[in-house]
Write a protein that binds this ligand. Structure first.
Ligand code: HEM
Length: 489
């Protein structure tokens, strides 16, 4: 049993080492932008991002967890959410039985501990996948940017950050924000202990608020953390509302609007923290704790880890920086690896974090062009699954419906995602792409078989992501309200 565990971990370590040698070591300088990913093609481009905020269709059988949050700047108006997440629905399409998986350890592993021995029956090692990875999707990603005819609603007078007809790569990244790997390394577990006179348990306050929101909002919090960290680092820049000076902050960027949600949870936690311990807890740390706590609740406690803290909040937020930094759903493996490597995360982290697609929802516009007929000429999606999505995405009124990401266990953060990848029942090209190379495909199969291993690695990867371009007292501030920089309050 222990030998099996060690063997799997050794193989994974070797895989990671190979990945690092291939250029994905933390801190590697970013390679040159990949022109090919943005080369126009004759394929119809996908309509990314979501084109409206319509509620999910009832035909999916899942209770609507949308609409997503409004990015407009209401002050902390906290909607009352059910305290328990919606129950999962039975699968809407048949699937082969999952591989035999070992029983998870009795106590969830933490990021600092080696995985405990598994029981009762360890799988063979290396795992014997039921089948080799399916054939890959199109070697060429579809044209980008998309030709959506529906730009984000006119919250500001400015047009979207790209013109559909631009056939060139996105503009080069603006000068990077002040960042340092050192700052990320200086984050501390238990940072807020005794910071509020010992009377206030900062992390418990955040956890309490996260627990009071529904599963959809919890899923949103995990994505929100990812989208915060990948644009200017984990500095809460995603939370800033539009202002006269800055009418197009990150939250109005194409990948974020209207789909990103969870802002109200951060507002609620921050409001209580400011009332009880003013000027102390950064919004960036609230977002990090909230993502950690959402992971904990959605995994039924299986993902349980300490999140280091000590981040400061940034004061720059630009929608124009979202597209160049956030991977699009129609990205192929090469583009995904590059965009994660740009943030100091390797292919291993990328595969691991993609497991977050075992929860939450997606707008149909995020995948239909490149994954569903008639536009998807190269999609490898399971035909029955595609037909079901097609039906669920059809809307008489032209609404941009939403569907669950994991048709098996939609509200559980678990390793089901990896089985879905193997079964070709995932939404995005970026999901399907994970099996397009031996190393990543092997990792997908390992995670599909070892839930505890994925839980542990997910926790580690979340902590690692939380260290991206962290700001310090010298380069940031502790915002009084998360939606606005201090100089404007
Ligand atoms: C690997 C590259 C990734 C791509 C291309 C991608 C893309 C997307 C897209 C297009 C959606 C649906 C948005 C919509 O239409 O409503 C989505 C949803 C989601 N993503 Fe990702 N994502 C990636 C990685 C990640 C990572 C690293 C995380 C977190 C660790 C994450 C967490 C989520 C969650 C939780 C949702 C559901 C959100 C909700 O229900 O509100 N994703 N992703």
């Amino acid at each position: 049993m222990m030998a099996t565990t060690l063997t799997v971990l050794t193989v994974l370590a070797l895989l990671r080492s190979a990945s690092c040698q291939a250029g994905y070591r933390v801190g590697n300088p970013a390679p040159a932008p990949q022109q090919s990913a943005y080369t126009p093609s004759t394929l119809a481009p996908p309509t990314y991002p979501p084109t409206n905020m319509s509620p999910p269709p009832s035909m999916l059988l899942h209770p609507p967890t949308y609409p997503s949050t409004s990015p407009s700047p209401p002050p902390p108006m906290i909607p009352q959410q059910p305290t328990s997440p919606p129950t999962s629905q039975p699968p809407t399409s048949p699937s082969p039985p999952p591989p035999v998986i070992p029983k998870p350890p009795t106590s969830p592993p933490t990021s600092s501990n080696p995985p405990p021995a598994i029981s009762p029956q360890p799988p063979t090692s290396p795992p014997t996948s039921p089948s080799p990875p399916p054939p890959m999707v199109s070697p060429e990603p579809p044209t980008y940017p998309p030709t959506s005819s529906n730009p984000p609603p006119a919250i500001s007078s400015q047009p979207p950050t790209y013109a559909p007809s631009i056939p060139s790569p996105p503009p080069p990244l603006p000068s990077p924000p002040p960042s340092s790997d050192d700052a990320g390394k200086k984050l501390k577990v238990g940072y807020y202990e005794n910071k509020c006179g010992g009377q206030v348990d900062v992390e418990a306050i955040v956890r309490k608020h996260v627990s009071s929101f529904d599963a959809g909002m919890k899923a949103g919090l995990i994505r929100l953390f990812f989208h915060d960290c990948f644009v200017r680092g984990c500095d809460a820049s995603i939370l800033l509302d539009p202002t006269g000076d800055n009418p197009q902050p990150e939250k109005l960027g194409i990948p974020n609007f209207p789909s990103l949600r969870g802002y109200e949870v951060i507002d609620a936690a921050k409001a209580e923290l400011e009332a009880r311990c003013p000027g102390t807890v950064s919004c960036a740390d609230v977002a990090a704790f909230a993502a950690r706590d959402a992971s904990y609740f959605l995994s039924g406690g299986g993902v349980d880890f300490a999140m280091p803290a000590g981040r400061y909040d940034g004061n720059v937020s630009l929608a124009s920086e979202t597209l160049p930094n956030l991977p699009p759903p129609f990205a192929g493996l090469q583009q995904l690896e590059k965009m994660f490597a740009d943030k100091g995360l390797d292919a291993f982290d990328m595969v691991t974090l993609s497991g977050a697609h075992s929860i939450g929802r997606s707008h149909c516009s995020s995948f239909r062009r490149d994954r569903l007929p008639p536009g998807a000429t190269a999609s490898d999606m399971d035909p029955a699954f595609a037909a079901e999505l097609q039906a669920n995405c059809t809307s008489a009124g032209g609404a941009d419906n939403t569907v669950v990401q994991d048709y098996e266990t939609p509200d559980e953060l678990d390793n089901q995602y990896y089985q879905n990848v193997l079964d070709r029942k995932v939404l995005f090209t970026s999901d399907a792409a994970l099996t397009s190379r031996d190393m990543t495909g092997y990792l997908v199969r390992v995670y599909a078989m070892f839930p505890w291993l994925w839980q542990q690695k997910y926790a580690e990867a979340m902590v690692k992501m939380g260290g991206i371009e962290v700001k310090t007292a010298a380069t940031g501030e502790i915002r009084r309200a998360c939606r606005v920089v201090n100089s404007r309050t």
